[in-house]
Write a protein that binds this ligand. Structure first.
Ligand SMILES: [Zn+2]
Length: 235
């Protein structure tokens, strides 16, 4: 089989970021923060009406905050990467021979012998309009044609947070709204989300689910307690 006949598969999951990380964080964050928020209001003696208002305000506020945070973080990362790419392209225009030697040195460091490394570097440097992509991949470890989009990150975290934050509100929408039902819905969703994330990694699913559940229970207990204290001291 010749090398050229080998198909080039990319079966690996997208481990570089993209939408998965903000989506997972968003769902977890929405579940935990909104369940804890309404637990605090309920702990302070808030009426069902107040709890529902708080829950939906928390959903919208949290989704906007998550989305803007993700947007800023990914946008500044991408801008930094673009600036570095521009610098590399200038270097290639000004010092093509040094850059070619640098590329050969990279392949020597990867394990090619020097003659072969030079041949590879020479051949890749044959097209001056394309070689910068090789330098960017080899030196910076990023694919210049596939930089993470801040809009994708912002959109997926907005949608994911809203979805997570909606879960504790479901019992209220379905007409049997009380804190216990909201926490039960949230607990089931958190266990499933934690187990789902764990399935993508090497962590056992039950452990991922329980860990998520435990962290959220702690958050809800703290806000419930503080809400109770503040509620008892309010006129
Ligand atoms: Zn270079």
């Amino acid at each position: 089989m010749t090398v050229a006949s080998v198909e080039f598969h990319q079966h690996h999951r997208d481990v570089t970021g993209g939408w998965l990380r903000p989506a997972v964080f968003g769902i977890m964050d929405g579940l935990v923060s909104n369940a804890a928020l309404i637990a605090g209001v309920a702990g302070g003696g808030g009426s069902t009406r107040t709890i529902v208002l708080t829950g939906f305000a928390g959903l919208v506020a949290g989704a906007c905050s998550m989305a803007s945070g993700e947007y800023t973080s990914v946008a500044s990362q991408t801008e930094l990467t673009r600036a570095e790419i521009a610098r590399e392209r200038r270097e290639l225009e000004l010092h093509p021979d040094e850059e070619r030697a640098e590329l050969a040195a990279i392949y020597v460091a990867r394990g090619l012998d020097e003659t072969l490394a030079r041949q590879v570097a020479d051949q890749l440097s044959g097209d001056p309009r394309q070689v910068w992509r090789v330098h960017v991949r080899e030196e910076m470890g990023v694919d210049p044609d596939d930089l993470p989009s801040p809009w994708v990150a912002a959109g997926s975290s907005f949608a994911a947070f809203s979805l997570g934050a909606l879960v504790p509100m479901l019992p209220f929408l379905l007409g049997f709204g009380n804190l216990a039902a909201a926490l039960a819905f949230t607990g089931v969703a958190l266990f499933l989300a934690g187990a789902g994330v764990a399935r993508m990694t090497e962590v056992p699913a039950w452990f991922g689910g329980l860990r998520q559940l435990g962290l959220a229970a702690a958050a809800a207990a703290v806000t419930y307690g503080i809400g109770h204290l503040i509620g008892a001291n309010l006129a």
